[in-house]
Design a protein around this ligand. Sequence first.
Ligand code: DGI
Ligand code: FE
Ligand code: FE
Length: 189
Amino acid sequence: MDRNSMIERVKAEMPEKRWKHTEGVMATAIVLANRYGEDAERAELASILHDVAKYWPTVRQGNVIRDNHLPIEVLAYDKELWHAPVGAWVAENEFGVMDCGVLDAIRYHTSGRKGMTKLEKIVWLADYIEPGRDFSGVDAIRALSEINLEEAVLAGLDGTISFLIAKGKRIYPLTIDARNGLIEEIKGG
Ligand code: DGI
Ligand code: FE
Ligand code: FE
């Protein structure tokens, strides 16, 4: 599918505001890809599709997870997590994306995971710092994103984990694994 048809189809799945967010993620991911030596086209493709399932009714998201044998344990955690594995499934099965690295960047764009690839880190971070985000602390992470990719993702994960703790929510184990993995990567053990 060509880029423009894909964009039109993704746009149709979400409200205008979420599409603006998606455009912000696309632009930010391209900048990060160029800065850190990743393929900008793959970063943009993952960004276009990353929230494609975000506005699907949760029942529909849950059905995709159950019917296609996606990791079922996510159903026990916050529904906000579901659209990421569902999005990867949609990208592969409805948009014909075959690049596993792109599919994984979509799949792990919310939770993160241990041993994230450069592309996964870029999409995760672009989602966190795109120009439409305005929570406290985001500017410091934007600044960090210009210096060190891993440090910036780690700071973002710390922000998300603190936010979840403040709300009394559970934390999906992949998010803890992602944080532990980055600390090992940065500190070398
Ligand atoms: O879809 P977006 O809003 O663009 O961003 P996202 O896909 O990163 O979703 C973020 C939301 O997911 C955020 O409000 C926190 C929530 N969330 C709930 N449980 C977890 C979680 N995020 C992570 N990383 N880990 C969790 O366990
Ligand atoms: Fe998302
Ligand atoms: Fe997003």
